[in-house]
Design a protein around this ligand. Sequence first.
Ligand SMILES: Cc1cc2nc3c(=O)[nH]c(=O)nc-3n(C[C@H](O)[C@H](O)[C@H](O)COP(=O)(O)O)c2cc1C
Length: 391
Amino acid sequence: MTALLRRYRTRGRVERAHSIAELRAMALRRLPRLAAEYLESGAEDELSLAANRAAFDGMEFMPRMGGGKSEVPATSGRLAHQALPYVIAPTGLNGLQWREADLALARGAAGAGVVFTQSTVSNTDVGEIARTPGLAHWFQLYVFSDMQLVLALMARAYEAGVRTLVVTVDANTVGNREWDTRLYARPGVPTPAARIDALLHPRWFASVYLPGLPSFPNLTEALGGRRDLIAASHWLRDNIAPHVTWVQLEQIRAAWTGDLLIKGIAHLADAREAIAIGAQGVVLGNHGGRQLDGAVSGLSLLRQVRDDLGAGPTILVEGGVRRGNDILKARLLGADAVMGGRATLYGVAAGGEAGVARALTILRTEYDRSVRLLGSGELAPKRGNKGRDAV
Ligand SMILES: Cc1cc2nc3c(=O)[nH]c(=O)nc-3n(C[C@H](O)[C@H](O)[C@H](O)COP(=O)(O)O)c2cc1C
């Protein structure tokens, strides 16, 4: 029998990509390793990166056609108005993937009717993103040692019109992403091989590198006007709070009049504590496998946390979402929505705003189709081979 020759399309228009995996293939063709490893890599042995996917793959659908009607709960909570229960996760340094990638992500999100969460270390001013027509705009906050700076950032986001603040608590120590680090001779200085590789990606080099590497406009005052990416990265490392405490989170809660979500929750006790201090919800997960390697996946905690917290609080889950099926699985386990980072980053890296729009269209089409195919069915942990054969 002839082997099937299956290859993703890696060039051409993003509109022709059929899946997030195909957009990824396009992105990885366009990006030099310096940008690609920053996007892709997980911490150390990438156990948590793999665990995120394994958690989704470890659940299987049992479709039921009888009633003909889906039992998938209608989108819920604060995201009830969204057709696709998806939130674009905060990702820093998007400008390394595509010039003005934050704007492209925001426009793509607005076009698809999903939330865009802007990172503290994004490369576009929060006020400029806020001017995107029709955008549902959340802001992600890192906690710095200087609480005045934290409050100033919150005020800046609020003034821009943001009403949902997402405080990230799992990344105050930078994870050990070795595949990324290997590309540098010392911090901020790429190896000669990595530089040559960047030159061999002329479209990226001309559009991202030559106009000047991105800066962090939301931190301009704190950075004392420094625009240089390396100096800014050192400043960030030195000024982020060594760890986040509940006392700091209570201060943030008291000062923020909008909704508050705590991101990077990986333990039921912390989910409870977040709600106890007055947060509206939590984002369960392990930072896309980029922080503590071996940390549990958000999906595997989801049912327990939803059962414990009840229907009221918003529960989002992040890490590993690549298909509409994944979104459906998270919904069936009790999430209001998922947060996805790399899926739309592949889109933006492959083709800017059009790539983001394509990624969200793919996810929406897959989700809608799978909801119909599931019928009134349900979700269960995957059975062993024996069980699978019996189905
Ligand atoms: C390149 C990259 C940069 C990220 N930067 C941030 C950030 O600035 N703030 C934050 O809270 N999370 C950040 N994250 C984590 C994402 O918000 C999200 O939790 C993760 O990407 C979800 O996993 P997924 O990429 O498999 O969808 C980043 C993730 C990636 C891939």
